[in-house]
Design a protein. Sequence first.
Length: 202
Amino acid sequence: MSRRVLVASRNAKKLNELRRILAEAGVEGLEIVGLDEVPPYDEAPETGATFEENALAKARDGAAATGLPCVADDSGLAVDALNGMPGVLSARWSGRHGDDAANNELLLAQLADVPDERRGARFVSACALVADGREMVAIGEWPGRIMRKPVGDNGFGYDPLFVPDGDTRTSAQLAPAEKDAASHRGRALRALLPALVDLAKA
């Protein structure tokens, strides 16, 4: 029988990313479920100063409320010319949570006068796992640069503006498997694989 693992998200793309990474690693015996598949509970606001704090808080809440092992991530974009911002404020940079178009528009406006050679940025993801009284957090980073206009239809968030180092395409032009192999969240989730393998065996 499969052991259910909660991913503290309603984002189908995040759930599928973890499912693909587990399948690729040959991990069986885990059923990945999202917040829409468990009884609702009060989710604490993301008030942490770091991605790690926010991810761990979400994973603790999910595990405590459901009794299931819980994976949660907090991720965002750190832009060199903006001293690492939007950072933990990435999803609500424009003032409206999750408005990707408005967030991208504001970021482009803020970088309008920044020359191409100073448009470095990196995606950062902290993935936390809380299970059976254990807690762990893994960090993944994906370096690149910011374009001058959005390109591509895959992905979400700032993906259409972000060109990874060593590529000419934006993150929103990559196939899902390509993105999994390189992305910040993919790197952080793969760092959690040994612990997830242990859960599958438990």
